[in-house]
Design a binder for this molecule. Structure first.
Ligand code: DGL
Length: 255
Protein backbone atom coordinates (compact mmCIF):
# COMPACT_ATOMS: atom_id res chain seq x y z
CA UNK A 1 0.00 0.00 0.00
CA UNK A 2 2.86 2.43 0.78
CA UNK A 3 4.11 2.13 -2.79
CA UNK A 4 0.65 2.99 -4.16
CA UNK A 5 0.24 6.37 -5.89
CA UNK A 6 -1.30 9.58 -4.57
CA UNK A 7 -4.05 10.96 -6.82
CA UNK A 8 -4.19 14.73 -7.34
CA UNK A 9 -6.90 16.48 -9.35
CA UNK A 10 -8.15 19.87 -10.45
CA UNK A 11 -10.51 21.26 -13.08
CA UNK A 12 -7.40 21.77 -15.22
CA UNK A 13 -3.77 22.74 -14.77
CA UNK A 14 -4.21 24.92 -11.65
CA UNK A 15 -3.53 22.03 -9.30
CA UNK A 16 0.05 21.98 -10.56
CA UNK A 17 0.70 24.80 -8.08
CA UNK A 18 -0.10 22.25 -5.37
CA UNK A 19 1.52 19.27 -7.11
CA UNK A 20 4.85 21.14 -7.25
CA UNK A 21 4.79 21.55 -3.48
CA UNK A 22 3.88 17.89 -2.97
CA UNK A 23 6.84 16.85 -5.17
CA UNK A 24 9.15 19.07 -3.10
CA UNK A 25 7.84 17.88 0.25
CA UNK A 26 7.53 14.12 -0.35
CA UNK A 27 9.65 13.35 -3.45
CA UNK A 28 9.54 9.57 -2.99
CA UNK A 29 5.79 9.45 -3.66
CA UNK A 30 4.34 8.32 -7.00
CA UNK A 31 1.76 10.84 -8.18
CA UNK A 32 -1.08 10.71 -10.69
CA UNK A 33 -2.32 14.14 -11.77
CA UNK A 34 -5.79 14.33 -13.36
CA UNK A 35 -6.69 17.57 -15.18
CA UNK A 36 -10.42 17.72 -15.89
CA UNK A 37 -9.74 19.90 -18.93
CA UNK A 38 -12.76 18.56 -20.83
CA UNK A 39 -14.99 20.16 -18.15
CA UNK A 40 -12.96 23.22 -17.17
CA UNK A 41 -13.72 25.73 -15.69
CA UNK A 42 -15.65 24.59 -12.62
CA UNK A 43 -16.10 28.15 -11.32
CA UNK A 44 -19.47 28.81 -12.96
CA UNK A 45 -20.90 25.30 -12.57
CA UNK A 46 -23.57 24.17 -10.10
CA UNK A 47 -22.42 22.24 -7.03
CA UNK A 48 -24.09 18.98 -8.17
CA UNK A 49 -22.12 18.99 -11.42
CA UNK A 50 -18.80 19.64 -9.66
CA UNK A 51 -19.61 16.83 -7.21
CA UNK A 52 -20.40 14.45 -10.07
CA UNK A 53 -17.13 15.27 -11.87
CA UNK A 54 -15.17 14.88 -8.62
CA UNK A 55 -16.66 11.40 -8.19
CA UNK A 56 -15.83 10.33 -11.76
CA UNK A 57 -12.22 11.45 -11.29
CA UNK A 58 -11.93 9.88 -7.83
CA UNK A 59 -13.11 6.55 -9.25
CA UNK A 60 -10.55 6.82 -12.06
CA UNK A 61 -7.78 7.40 -9.50
CA UNK A 62 -9.00 4.66 -7.15
CA UNK A 63 -9.04 2.22 -10.07
CA UNK A 64 -5.28 2.85 -10.30
CA UNK A 65 -4.90 2.04 -6.61
CA UNK A 66 -4.60 5.59 -5.22
CA UNK A 67 -3.95 5.46 -1.44
CA UNK A 68 -4.90 9.13 -0.83
CA UNK A 69 -6.46 11.85 -2.97
CA UNK A 70 -5.60 15.55 -2.96
CA UNK A 71 -8.42 17.76 -4.23
CA UNK A 72 -6.07 20.43 -5.63
CA UNK A 73 -8.95 22.76 -6.44
CA UNK A 74 -10.65 25.16 -4.03
CA UNK A 75 -13.90 25.04 -5.97
CA UNK A 76 -14.11 21.24 -5.97
CA UNK A 77 -13.10 21.13 -2.29
CA UNK A 78 -15.90 23.49 -1.32
CA UNK A 79 -18.45 21.71 -3.52
CA UNK A 80 -17.49 18.08 -3.00
CA UNK A 81 -14.89 17.11 -0.40
CA UNK A 82 -17.33 16.23 2.40
CA UNK A 83 -19.29 14.09 -0.03
CA UNK A 84 -16.12 12.35 -1.27
CA UNK A 85 -15.03 11.64 2.31
CA UNK A 86 -18.43 10.14 3.10
CA UNK A 87 -18.42 7.97 -0.04
CA UNK A 88 -14.91 6.56 -0.51
CA UNK A 89 -12.59 4.75 1.89
CA UNK A 90 -9.33 6.66 1.27
CA UNK A 91 -8.21 9.91 2.97
CA UNK A 92 -8.94 13.14 1.04
CA UNK A 93 -6.90 16.32 1.46
CA UNK A 94 -8.76 19.49 0.41
CA UNK A 95 -7.77 23.09 -0.19
CA UNK A 96 -8.64 25.89 2.20
CA UNK A 97 -8.15 29.50 1.11
CA UNK A 98 -5.44 31.18 3.22
CA UNK A 99 -7.94 33.28 5.19
CA UNK A 100 -6.53 32.37 8.61
CA UNK A 101 -2.93 33.35 7.77
CA UNK A 102 -4.27 36.48 6.05
CA UNK A 103 -6.10 37.52 9.22
CA UNK A 104 -2.84 37.06 11.15
CA UNK A 105 -0.82 39.03 8.57
CA UNK A 106 -2.98 42.08 7.86
CA UNK A 107 -2.05 45.42 9.43
CA UNK A 108 -4.76 47.45 7.72
CA UNK A 109 -7.49 45.07 8.89
CA UNK A 110 -8.72 44.63 5.30
CA UNK A 111 -8.08 41.45 3.31
CA UNK A 112 -9.11 40.62 -0.24
CA UNK A 113 -10.03 37.09 -1.33
CA UNK A 114 -9.72 36.23 -5.02
CA UNK A 115 -11.50 33.00 -5.98
CA UNK A 116 -14.08 31.54 -8.34
CA UNK A 117 -17.76 32.43 -7.99
CA UNK A 118 -18.64 28.83 -7.10
CA UNK A 119 -16.01 28.73 -4.34
CA UNK A 120 -17.10 32.06 -2.83
CA UNK A 121 -20.76 31.00 -2.99
CA UNK A 122 -20.18 27.66 -1.20
CA UNK A 123 -21.32 27.01 2.37
CA UNK A 124 -17.88 25.88 3.43
CA UNK A 125 -16.45 29.26 2.42
CA UNK A 126 -19.23 31.17 4.19
CA UNK A 127 -18.43 29.24 7.33
CA UNK A 128 -14.75 30.23 7.04
CA UNK A 129 -15.74 33.88 6.54
CA UNK A 130 -18.07 33.87 9.54
CA UNK A 131 -15.26 32.57 11.74
CA UNK A 132 -13.16 35.66 11.02
CA UNK A 133 -15.79 38.30 10.29
CA UNK A 134 -15.34 40.06 13.61
CA UNK A 135 -11.55 40.36 13.34
CA UNK A 136 -11.16 41.86 9.86
CA UNK A 137 -13.01 43.29 6.91
CA UNK A 138 -12.95 40.61 4.24
CA UNK A 139 -13.76 41.56 0.66
CA UNK A 140 -14.41 38.72 -1.76
CA UNK A 141 -13.77 39.08 -5.47
CA UNK A 142 -14.92 36.46 -7.99
CA UNK A 143 -12.57 36.41 -10.99
CA UNK A 144 -14.27 34.96 -14.09
CA UNK A 145 -11.90 34.50 -17.03
CA UNK A 146 -8.62 34.08 -15.13
CA UNK A 147 -8.73 30.28 -15.16
CA UNK A 148 -9.21 30.27 -18.94
CA UNK A 149 -6.07 32.40 -19.41
CA UNK A 150 -3.97 30.04 -17.30
CA UNK A 151 -5.42 27.03 -19.13
CA UNK A 152 -4.15 28.55 -22.40
CA UNK A 153 -0.73 29.04 -20.83
CA UNK A 154 -1.25 32.82 -20.79
CA UNK A 155 0.18 34.12 -17.55
CA UNK A 156 1.30 37.60 -18.63
CA UNK A 157 -0.55 39.12 -21.64
CA UNK A 158 -1.87 42.70 -21.85
CA UNK A 159 -5.44 41.33 -21.91
CA UNK A 160 -4.82 39.27 -18.78
CA UNK A 161 -3.24 42.25 -16.99
CA UNK A 162 -6.26 44.43 -17.78
CA UNK A 163 -8.64 41.74 -16.49
CA UNK A 164 -6.60 41.32 -13.31
CA UNK A 165 -6.34 45.06 -12.70
CA UNK A 166 -10.14 45.25 -12.78
CA UNK A 167 -10.32 42.61 -10.01
CA UNK A 168 -7.39 43.74 -7.86
CA UNK A 169 -7.60 47.56 -7.96
CA UNK A 170 -10.94 47.84 -6.06
CA UNK A 171 -9.48 45.68 -3.27
CA UNK A 172 -6.42 47.94 -3.03
CA UNK A 173 -8.64 51.04 -3.08
CA UNK A 174 -10.56 49.57 -0.14
CA UNK A 175 -7.29 49.30 1.83
CA UNK A 176 -6.48 45.58 1.48
CA UNK A 177 -2.86 44.82 2.37
CA UNK A 178 -3.17 41.02 2.03
CA UNK A 179 -4.66 39.19 -0.95
CA UNK A 180 -5.65 35.54 -0.66
CA UNK A 181 -5.13 33.58 -3.87
CA UNK A 182 -8.14 31.32 -3.31
CA UNK A 183 -7.94 29.31 -6.52
CA UNK A 184 -5.08 26.97 -7.38
CA UNK A 185 -4.69 28.56 -10.83
CA UNK A 186 -3.85 31.98 -9.34
CA UNK A 187 -0.33 31.29 -7.98
CA UNK A 188 0.71 31.15 -11.65
CA UNK A 189 -0.41 34.80 -11.88
CA UNK A 190 1.52 35.82 -8.78
CA UNK A 191 4.09 37.94 -10.67
CA UNK A 192 1.43 39.99 -12.48
CA UNK A 193 -0.71 40.36 -9.35
CA UNK A 194 2.38 41.49 -7.39
CA UNK A 195 3.14 44.02 -10.13
CA UNK A 196 -0.36 45.48 -9.88
CA UNK A 197 -0.58 45.36 -6.07
CA UNK A 198 2.92 46.60 -5.26
CA UNK A 199 5.47 45.34 -2.72
CA UNK A 200 3.53 46.38 0.40
CA UNK A 201 0.74 43.87 -0.35
CA UNK A 202 1.21 40.22 0.66
CA UNK A 203 -0.09 37.43 -1.60
CA UNK A 204 -0.96 34.17 0.17
CA UNK A 205 -1.78 30.72 -1.12
CA UNK A 206 -1.91 27.33 0.57
CA UNK A 207 -0.06 24.94 -1.78
CA UNK A 208 2.84 24.36 0.62
CA UNK A 209 0.52 23.93 3.63
CA UNK A 210 -1.53 21.34 1.73
CA UNK A 211 1.65 19.44 0.82
CA UNK A 212 2.66 19.38 4.52
CA UNK A 213 -0.82 18.23 5.49
CA UNK A 214 -0.59 15.44 2.88
CA UNK A 215 2.70 14.32 4.43
CA UNK A 216 1.21 14.41 7.96
CA UNK A 217 -1.83 12.32 6.96
CA UNK A 218 0.33 9.75 5.14
CA UNK A 219 2.55 9.51 8.22
CA UNK A 220 -0.41 9.16 10.56
CA UNK A 221 -1.97 6.42 8.40
CA UNK A 222 1.36 4.62 7.97
CA UNK A 223 1.16 5.16 4.20
CA UNK A 224 4.36 7.10 3.42
CA UNK A 225 6.43 5.67 0.55
CA UNK A 226 9.69 4.48 2.03
CA UNK A 227 11.77 4.17 -1.10
CA UNK A 228 11.47 5.19 -4.71
CA UNK A 229 12.08 8.13 -6.98
CA UNK A 230 8.46 9.21 -7.26
CA UNK A 231 7.44 10.71 -10.60
CA UNK A 232 4.19 12.00 -12.07
CA UNK A 233 1.75 10.33 -14.43
CA UNK A 234 -0.43 12.85 -16.31
CA UNK A 235 -4.08 12.28 -17.17
CA UNK A 236 -6.76 14.54 -18.66
CA UNK A 237 -10.40 14.33 -19.70
CA UNK A 238 -9.49 16.72 -22.54
CA UNK A 239 -6.82 16.62 -25.24
CA UNK A 240 -3.80 15.42 -23.27
CA UNK A 241 -1.30 16.53 -25.94
CA UNK A 242 -2.58 20.12 -25.80
CA UNK A 243 -2.77 20.06 -22.00
CA UNK A 244 0.73 18.59 -21.79
CA UNK A 245 2.19 21.63 -23.58
CA UNK A 246 0.72 23.95 -20.93
CA UNK A 247 1.79 21.58 -18.14
CA UNK A 248 5.37 21.66 -19.47
CA UNK A 249 5.32 25.46 -19.46
CA UNK A 250 3.84 25.87 -15.98
CA UNK A 251 5.96 23.09 -14.48
CA UNK A 252 9.15 24.96 -15.31
CA UNK A 253 8.28 28.49 -14.17
CA UNK A 254 9.00 29.62 -10.63
CA UNK A 255 6.01 30.35 -8.43
N1 DGL B 1 -8.26 25.59 -9.67
C1 DGL B 1 -9.68 25.73 -9.40
C2 DGL B 1 -9.83 26.30 -7.99
O1 DGL B 1 -8.92 26.19 -7.20
C3 DGL B 1 -10.29 26.50 -10.52
C4 DGL B 1 -11.74 26.34 -10.66
C5 DGL B 1 -12.29 26.52 -12.05
O2 DGL B 1 -12.08 25.63 -12.86
O3 DGL B 1 -12.98 27.52 -12.27
O4 DGL B 1 -10.86 26.80 -7.60
Amino acid sequence: MNAAPIGVFDSGVGGLSVLREIRRTIPAERLIYFADSGHCPYGGKPQAEIQARSMVITENLLASGAKLIVVACNTATIAAVEHLRATYPVPFIGMEPAVKPAVAATRSGVIGVLATGAALGGQKFHHLMRQHAREVRMITQPCPGLVEHVERGDIDSAELRALLRGYVQPLLDAGADVLVLGCTHYPFLRAVIADIAGPQVQLLDTGAAVARQTQRVLEREGLLAEVGGGGVEWRSSGDLTAVQAVIDLLWTIGL
